[in-house]
Design a binder for this molecule. Sequence first.
Ligand code: GRF
Length: 232
Amino acid sequence: MSSTSLKSRASSISEPLRVAVLVSGSGSNLQVLIDAMQAGELPIEIVGVISNREDAYAITRATDADIPVVVLSHVASGKRMGIKTFETHASAQLQDWQPDLIVLAGFMRVLSSNFIHHAIAPMINLHPSLLPAYKGLDTHQRVIQAGERHHGCSIHVVTAELDAGAVLTRALLEVNLKDTADSLQVRVQKLEHQLLPWTILLLAKGVLTLNTDSSDDANYLPALPLTLHIDQ
Ligand code: GRF
């Protein structure tokens, strides 16, 4: 399936969506996808996982599930792997796996516009804020400092500009007076674990469609972002 063909997903719905996942850390979101796939709740096949950290627990999760893993460590042999080298290896690996969709789930390296534009499949990213607010790092701390009433997470199309691609879905919560950055991180992560499989389900079923043909824009059927309201 080419990078544009998620838009015609509705015609090939009987086949599982081939998903590659890029990770850097614990991989709890990856685990949710593995569990949903194994339970037959999500029509996907996780064709491979790429980690840019050799100490990421996500590697263990993928290995335990017999999913191919490639570690392209950004600190291999104590020497930082440049982004170009990382992207060259990652591209070759993705070509090999032929995913329909690339999911950045807690992937903490910034990818170049060249890599993004030439990716074999559309790429989506999970971000811990209600985009377009709070792009970048330390979102929970910044939300607390700003006295926001609402917070949450978003899934957006990856574009060359950081956390700026079209927002597909969001899940939100109310910030409590007693919340800290740590408590928000825990609460938002619970939302992520529902938002990510839900969003991928919508893509797999052809309810949400992506068109990565034209520059950084995407075209969709429903009015976006779709928002998930979850009681906590
Ligand atoms: C998530 O909380 C995500 O918002 C952030 O990184 C975390 C990844 O968690 N960007 P995990 O590796 O899926 O457990």
